[in-house]
Write a protein that binds this ligand. Structure first.
Ligand code: KIV
Ligand code: NA
Length: 282
């Protein structure tokens, strides 16, 4: 498989072939997307919760994001890879945002940058575009603002808010972004945005009218039986496997076998010596 380019992603969108996107946080989670032919891989700041056990995405640092990007790019060679600008790495001024983006690209070896925000990130999007850095603004539910939103709530349900998101998506396209990510908004709003823009849209909890879908890999795998960090599973999440149960079964089996002396099996799982009498054995 050849490296997925932006023009290939545009082509898929123009042919109404849904784009597949999954998050990855390390070598094994990126290798599975590589192997299965996933189009895009997102090193999401959800890794703060999914991998590092924090309660929100705001706790992850740029340094940690770069560390994980490096591992992801070792496993995923062909998908288009983008990563979140983490909370605190771009808000203070545009120079900081540019420096953080360049570090993610240069040290993390990724292809593009995802940024949560509204009008206030447009100057940064414009500037990154000028330097040839692909950008993907994240509209709708923005998890970095979950505290001020009083939770992970659907956005744009009333028409005034919906219109705000719609207008914002148009401004983002004008600013030169490569794609738009839409999270937890009504499916009709996501479809209208997708129809009216020329760039592809990637949705999560935004229905099937977007150019593509993204999900968190641990959700797809069913790694956490209770959902993320014991939280209730979001309406838009589907578990396509039961990896969490499988992991528990394996480790329970190991513990039981070691405790009972059943592992390792003499002969089958052990090494013998060439001349055992040398050690005083028979
Ligand atoms: O951080 C993340 O994984 C994300 C996706 C859920 C879109 O932003
Ligand atoms: Na994110």
């Amino acid at each position: 498989r050849r490296k997925v380019t932006i023009s290939h992603l545009r082509h898929l969108a123009s042919q109404s072939i849904p784009i597949t996107c999954l998050t990855a946080y390390d070598y094994p989670t990126s290798l599975i997307s590589e192997t299965c032919g996933v189009d895009m891989v997102l090193v999401g700041d959800s890794l703060s919760q999914v991998c590092l056990g924090h309660s929100t995405t705001t706790q992850i640092t740029l340094e940690e994001m770069i560390h994980h990007c490096k591992a992801v790019t070792r496993g995923a060679k062909t998908p288009f890879i983008f990563a979140d600008l983490p909370f605190g790495s771009f808000e203070s001024d545009i120079t900081t945002g540019i420096k953080s983006s360049i570090r993610l690209i240069k040290e993390g070896l990724i292809d593009g940058i995802k940024i949560e925000g509204g009008e206030e990130i447009i100057p940064l999007i414009k500037q990154l575009n000028k330097f040839g850095i692909p950008t993907i603004p994240h509209l709708g539910l923005q998890p970095q603002r979950a505290i001020s939103l009083s939770g992970y709530l659907v956005q744009g349900r009333d028409s005034l808010k919906a219109f705000d998101i719609y207008e914002l998506s148009k401004k983002m396209e004008l600013a030169g972004c490569t794609m738009i990510l839409l999270e937890a908004i009504p499916h009709k709003l996501a479809s209208k945005i997708t129809n009216d823009l020329n760039i592809p849209t990637i949705g999560i909890g935004a229905g099937n009218g977007t150019s593509g879908q993204v999900l968190v890999i641990s959700d797809v795998l069913g790694m956490y039986e209770e959902g993320l960090g014991g939280k209730q599973k979001a309406k838009f999440v589907r578990h396509f496997g039961e990896v969490g149960k499988e992991m528990r079964k394996a480790v329970e089996g190991y513990v039981k076998e070691v405790k009972s002396g059943g592992f390792p099996k003499q002969g089958e799982e052990t090494y013998s010596m060439k001349k055992e009498e040398w050690l005083g054995f028979e």
